[in-house]
Design a protein around this ligand. Structure first.
Ligand SMILES: NC(=O)c1ccc[n+]([C@@H]2O[C@H](COP(=O)([O-])OP(=O)(O)OC[C@H]3O[C@@H](n4cnc5c(N)ncnc54)[C@H](O)[C@@H]3O)[C@@H](O)[C@H]2O)c1
Length: 297
């Protein structure tokens, strides 16, 4: 896939910044879109921060900073940013209405040949494609957090996704250095379905007083060799996103995905996780504060 393919990334949160970073490092011109100016600036600082860290550790060439800074444009105008794009990757808040609106505007503004991808964690690609005039070009491109460290891109085909769209999408993922797997649309695909189940069960155990947050996380890390525990992972994902995913899986796959009420409480309290500095654990300067695990009452 030529590196001059133009990429538009919509949503400059923790995933959007990582996806924009990945495409920019791979040599693509990237436009990053958000409704919030502050979020766009924060994302740009974070993208350059990832590069600076890589340079400091001797893993990234110092010239990369200039390449990425030169190739990255910030925008609040979705239609203008989508015009001329070869690929639009939607990665805004996990909400069906927001995503349908974005996909429609982006697809109307981009050329007929542009691929329209979504980084949704669980929603139906087929349903999202219904907003788009040529639904064969809509596909799931599911990345993982933090995008620059996680090697997988789960490619999800909806009912009407064409073979050509799948081939082009796999090539873009490969150009970013990702391993890609192909999944036929199902709620939560392979990854979110498993991690939502695990994280929900860990929250049930925490709320039942089975063990402390720290001990639940340690059990998965040391007994099963997971790199992080399910509560730490929920903090990284964001409990707001996790709750939206669980609601959707509960609706589509049934009772086994009923969200633990403790997750709803956390979201009501604004304790979304690392991105706000407080979730199951508290974070200072990006580091987990020892002994800060939630003790439910
Ligand atoms: N966090 C994860 O671990 C993870 C992993 C894979 C996929 N995802 C999915 O990625 C998407 C984004 O998740 P996130 O963790 O980056 O969330 P986030 O809360 O960090 O960021 C969401 C961003 O979307 C922006 N936004 C909202 N409405 C918008 C609109 N109409 N137009 C443009 N931007 C808009 C918000 O301003 C915010 O900056 C969700 O669909 C989520 O399910 C998340």
């Amino acid at each position: 896939m030529p590196t001059n393919d133009r990429i538009t990334v919509v949503g400059a949160g923790q995933m959007g910044l990582g996806i924009a970073h990945g495409f920019a490092v791979a040599g693509h011109p990237v436009v990053l879109v958000d409704v919030s100016e502050g979020q766009l600036e924060k994302a740009k600082t974070a993208i350059l921060g990832i590069i600076d860290e890589g340079v400091k550790r001797g893993k990234v060439d110092a010239a990369m900073r200039g390449q990425v800074e030169g190739g990255l444009t910030l925008s609040k105008d979705l239609a203008a940013a989508s015009a001329g794009a070869d690929l639009v990757v939607e990665t805004a808040t996990e909400n069906l209405k927001i995503k349908l609106d974005i996909l429609k505007t982006a697809a109307d503004a981009a050329g007929e040949d542009a691929v329209i991808a979504t980084n949704t964690s669980a929603l139906s690609i087929t349903e999202l494609a219904s907003a788009v005039n040529n639904p064969g070009r809509v596909i799931g491109m599911h990345f993982f957090n933090p995008v620059h460290k996680m090697k997988l891109c789960e490619v999800i085909r909806g009912l009407q996704t064409t073979d050509e769209t799948v081939t082009r999408t796999r090539a873009w993922a490969e150009g970013m250095g990702k391993t890609h797997i192909l999944v036929n649309e199902a709620p939560g695909f392979t990854t979110s379905r498993m991690s939502a189940m695990l994280g929900n069960e860990a929250m049930w155990m925490l709320s039942e007083g089975v063990a402390t947050a720290e001990d639940i996380d340690t059990s998965l890390r040391l007994a099963f060799n997971h790199p992080m525990g399910p509560l730490e992972l929920g903090d990284l994902t964001g409990w707001d996103t996790r709750l939206s995913v669980l609601h959707y899986l509960h609706q589509t796959l049934g009772e086994k995905f009923r969200p633990c009420p403790l997750i709803s409480k956390m979201v009501k309290a604004g304790r979304y996780g690392r991105k706000v500095g407080h979730g199951v654990y508290r974070y200072e300067d990006g580091q987990k504060v020892p002994g800060s695990g939630l003790r439910p009452v």
